[in-house]
Design a protein around this ligand. Structure first.
Ligand code: IPD
Ligand code: CA
Ligand code: CA
Length: 267
């Protein structure tokens, strides 16, 4: 497989899809509930997913597709054995609907589970984060530097408020010392953007505990290229196909965070 050719084509399609979404922020979009009022989908999520399915089917008929909206017909495959495009047509749909900004198109291309290409495009800011595994990561034409050593007291941590109150995934009390020590906390509402913001130093750490492959596949390739780390809360590696309780971070900051969590657990 000529990955550089796939990379160029994937970026072109992403710019094209981004133009559709930019125009859509000036039109009215149809919003439907999925599982609840907090879990929504628009006609544009479906249109963009369909756009990628058609393009991939025509240009790369042997590749598989895994998308959030589940519109591809070829759902019956083992992603660990194939080349698969993992696509979130709009990551941050709530932001797309409410703010008309702070959302992204996310694409990760994996071969038998190995990361090959990552693209995360914010069409409103016109910022494309992109990488071919092993060749460095970029923000538009600008290469991203390797992440530098940092302390928690200089760090901005992204964590949703939901995880800081009693919830069904994680003991919220373990984060107290981390929140008290960090320089600041933020939450953007687009996992893909938050992961690449860690990669470019706008955030030092991003926590999320209910992610799916399409939220993280693109960002993981990019974060890996700058020496960022991706771990479970137990400091273990995880597969892109089974995320859940995960943290994306600057390595030094994460070491310090795990120490604070350990102290809170032993109180
Ligand atoms: C969601 C966003 C959000 C994250 C959720 C995701 P969507 O994706 O990335 O920030 O906290 O877990 O499901 O639904 O906007 O594509
Ligand atoms: Ca998503
Ligand atoms: Ca989505």
């Amino acid at each position: 497989m000529n990955w550089n050719e796939v990379y160029q084509i994937a970026k072109e399609w992403t710019y094209e899809a981004g133009e559709i979404l930019r125009r859509a922020t000036k039109e009215s979009v149809n919003v439907e509930y999925k599982t609840s009022a907090a879990d929504i989908v628009t006609n544009k999520d479906k249109e963009i997913e369909q756009f990628f399915i058609e393009q991939i089917k025509t240009s790369f008929p042997t590749h598989f597709f895994l998308g959030e909206e589940g519109l591809a017909a070829n759902q019956d495959f083992n992603p660990e054995n194939e080349i698969v495009w993992i696509v979130d047509p709009i990551d941050g749909t709530t932001n797309f609907v409410h703010q008309k900004r702070n959302f992204a198109i996310s694409i990760g291309i994996y071969e038998k589970g190995a990361p090959r290409i990552g693209i995360v495009y914010d069409p409103i800011a016109d910022e494309m984060f992109h990488a071919v595994a092993g060749q460095g990561a970029y923000l538009n034409e600008q290469p991203l530097s390797k992440l530098e050593a940092k302390a928690l007291e200089e760090a901005n941590i992204s964590i949703c408020q939901y995880w800081l109150v009693p919830n069904d995934r994680v003991d919220h009390t373990i984060f107290t010392e981390m929140i008290q020590k960090a320089r600041g906390t933020r939450y953007l509402g687009s996992a893909a953007l938050e992961i690449v913001y860690v990669a470019c130093g706008r955030l030092e750490t991003y926590f999320d505990f209910r992610l799916s492959p399409w939220d993280i596949a693109g960002g993981m390739v990019i974060l890996q290229e700058v020496g960022g780390v991706m771990k479970t809360l137990e400091n273990q590696p995880f597969s892109v196909f089974s995320p859940q309780i995960t943290v994306f971070s600057n390595n030094d900051v994460l070491k310090e965070i795990f120490e604070t969590i350990h102290r809170e657990k032993n109180k």
